[in-house]
Design a binder for this molecule. Structure first.
Ligand SMILES: Nc1ncnc2c1ncn2[C@@H]1O[C@H](COP(=O)(O)OP(=O)(O)OP(=O)(O)O)[C@@H](O)[C@H]1O
Ligand SMILES: [Mg+2]
Length: 468
């Protein structure tokens, strides 16, 4: 934690520098910045006050006291939205400052990615949703409308300047035009989108971030950093999700490829592509190469496969051995078919760190339900704990499917009132839709069929293997 007197309008205004850490699940989407009580006292702010957050960009958040275990660590916990609005990543620094918050007189929001036909009623609705929301110019603001996905807007005009909050008297206008700004699409995954897997996330971050950030340390100590990491485990448990988050949250240059997608018609083509990827990664180091479904390009040589596949397997082996990068390039392989992968790839110096991503336990399932039901209007009776208890053997992908099914079941009840011809569904109707425990029961029943079938197949395979 660093303090600095600030030459700003207020004489006694100081900046305090803190290190960014991720938000706890329950704070996500609430503009909360968790900071030490001691820091709050220094800045003369109290819990619930709006403060300025200054990273590469300036934004605003609501100060809340930190969790007891974080006390004295000099950190601030903010969610991915605030990280985006302040242009910061985990472990980077951010400055916080006390500000005089003003009520916004006028604000113009431009929709991102979807065109919105606005009308005064919709604008009033958005304003009500954003009541007391802290904003600065160029911020992204998010609102959820009933059952639909979050709508994202960019603040393209704000009066007065500085940090404002939206109030009932604010004149709010929604622009007809989509802003040109590139928005992180639905595919933009962060660690917040992952339920459970805490130990696995910590491990993969340690083995990737440390050598990429501190290569000299490894040189000095004469130890070789891990070059290859293999993620394996059953389908739908978050392997791809986790690597996407890792790439997004890391500053390293990254290349994500999918094994089957780079397999060309001729083996020489696949080999060339692989070589190019390694060269590009090296040229742009520090970097991370992720090869999803790696079993497809490096299958076991003794399996009865054709020669071309042997060639790509050999190429993979020589690429892993051939480049001396001093830990500046890390390769992550992903597979759900470890038994088909060439064993030689697991030798020291190649993929020598294996991280297993298994089916979620009950606590993790509850977290996964919380993530996927985050924007869903649930009636009070829905207990995520209960849902977690009744979904044994379900993967993360199964839980996501249960939530989709539950939402569909709720929508069906309102089908007669929805005008399917209209481009925009009445937001007030969307607001009425609620998801009940019965909707979830139906979803679980439907998905349980697939889960049971899968379990049966695994059992059959096990008995077959043990008979051989
Ligand atoms: N731990 C999790 N937390 C939240 N959502 C999850 C989790 N695991 C899976 N999901 C959901 O399931 C989807 C599929 O997961 P993912 O693609 O990461 O599985 P995978 O392990 O890579 O499976 P495969 O081996 O079939 O490629 C994710 O996009 C996400 O919606
Ligand atoms: Mg995958």
């Amino acid at each position: 934690m660093r303090e600095q007197n600030k030459n700003s309008n207020t004489k006694d205004s100081i900046d305090i520098t803190l290190r960014v850490q991720e938000a706890k699940k329950r704070d996500i989407g609430r503009n909360i910045a968790r900071i030490d009580q001691e820091v709050m006292e220094k800045l003369k702010i109290k819990s619930g006050d709006v403060i300025a957050l200054i990273g590469k960009k300036e934004s605003a958040g609501i100060a809340w006291p930190s969790y007891p275990q974080d006390s004295g660590l000099g950190i601030i916990r903010i969610d991915s939205r605030l990280k985006k609005n302040t242009g910061t990543n985990i472990d980077e620094t951010i400055q916080i400052r006390k500000v005089t918050v003003q009520s916004a007189q006028k604000i113009v929001l431009a929709p991102i990615s979807v065109k919105i036909k606005s009308n005064p009623r919709f604008e009033t609705f958005v304003k009500r949703k954003l009541n007391n929301y802290p904003v600065t110019i160029n911020d992204f603001v998010y609102i959820s409308i009933g059952i639909s996905r979050d709508l994202t807007f960019k603040v393209i005009n704000l009066k007065p300047n500085g940090v404002c909050t939206i109030k009932p008297e604010t004149v709010l206008h929604i622009s007809e035009h989509i802003t040109e700004d590139e928005e992180r699409g639905a595919d933009y995954v962060t660690y917040e989108d992952i339920g459970g897997l805490h130990k696995e996330i910590k491990e993969i971050r340690e083995v990737t971030e440390f050598p990429l950030r501190h290569p000299s340390l490894f040189n000095k100590l004469g130890i070789k950093p891990q070059r290859g990491i293999l993620l394996c485990g059953p389908p739908g448990c978050g392997k791809t999700l986790l690597t996407k988050a890792l790439i997004n949250e890391s500053e390293a240059f990254s290349i994500l490829i999918n094994g089957p997608e780079i397999i060309g018609k001729y083996y020489s083509e696949t080999e060339r592509k692989l070589r190019e990827i390694f060269v590009t990664a090296k040229d742009n180091a520090p970097s991370i190469i992720v090869i999803d479904e790696i079993d497809s390009i490096a299958p076991k040589k003794e399996l009865g496969i054709d020669k071309s596949e042997h060639r790509t397997t050999s190429q993979m082996l020589s690429l892993m051995d051939g480049f001396d990068d001093r830990g500046r390039v890390i390769v992550i392989g992903i597979t759900n078919k470890l038994e088909f992968l060439e064993t030689a790839l697991l030798s020291p110096g190649r993929f020598d760190r294996i991280i297993e991503i298994n089916l979620p336990d009950e606590r993790s399932r509850e977290e996964i339900f919380r993530i996927h039901a985050k924007n869903m209007p649930l009636v009070k009776m829905v207990s995520l704990k209960e849902l977690a208890r009744s979904t044994q053997n379900f993967s993360g992908a199964d839980i996501s499917a249960v939530c989709q099914e539950a939402a569909m079941s709720a929508i069906r009840r309102y089908q007669s009132q929805i005008d399917l011809e209209s481009e925009i569904i009445d937001p007030e109707l969307l607001e009425q839709i609620e998801i009940t425990p019965n909707d979830f029961d139906l979803g679980i029943k439907k998905i349980a069929k697939n889960v049971n079938l899968r379990e049966k197949l695994i059992e059959n395979k096990k008995t077959k293997d043990s008979n051989n």
